[in-house]
Ligand binder design. Sequence first.
Ligand code: GAR
Length: 212
Amino acid sequence: MTPIDVGVLISGRGSNLQAILDAIAADELAAQVRVVISNRPKAAGLQRAAAAGVPTQFIGHRQFPDRESFDGALVEALRAAQVSWVVLAGFMRILTPVFLDAFPNRVVNIHPALLPAFPGVDAQTQALAYGVRVTGCTVHLVNEGVDTGPILAQVAVPVLQDDDHDSLAARILEQEHRLLVETLQRIALAGLTIDQPPESGGRPKVRFGSGP
Ligand code: GAR
């Protein structure tokens, strides 16, 4: 089986990137990370990539006049690296159609909540503030909305009585690492099919595998 060629976008720590790199090294994920791109020069994930021998690039969003031109630079770098899938692993920028149209239904994001609950930034604080007893993480395809794309996989995580942000975030993060790797492996093994909704409405649905 041919491994999938992946580009990973990060903004910070890069522990989800590390989970991907570790799974590839352990032969548990049929993928090759062709490039890791960060919009922040000091993102710790850049060192993680370099340590694994993966090419890295810093593309700062502030160097561009608007989102579209930043996205254009990302697309150019990802195309040059010949990636066919893009993983957002803690990438904290919203992508425009310039990016999404270049990789249609090929951009995967990991989010630390059970979407559609708590989209956007700091989902763990949102969950604690709301007082939910269960939260979790979601892997989904990226569309033009904020964390609104078709859901690929989810795991529930309990919120405990004395949780603070860090204890909850750590419990979710453990599951993120597992869920992201598992989902990418399912994509690598089976591919993805998008079923468009009927004209009467609804949302596109995704399933692993090909064909009708
Ligand atoms: C992860 O918890 C990820 O789900 C979250 O940022 C963290 C990145 O951690 N992403 C979002 O909130 C996106 N909306 P990492 O850099 O250690 O992988």
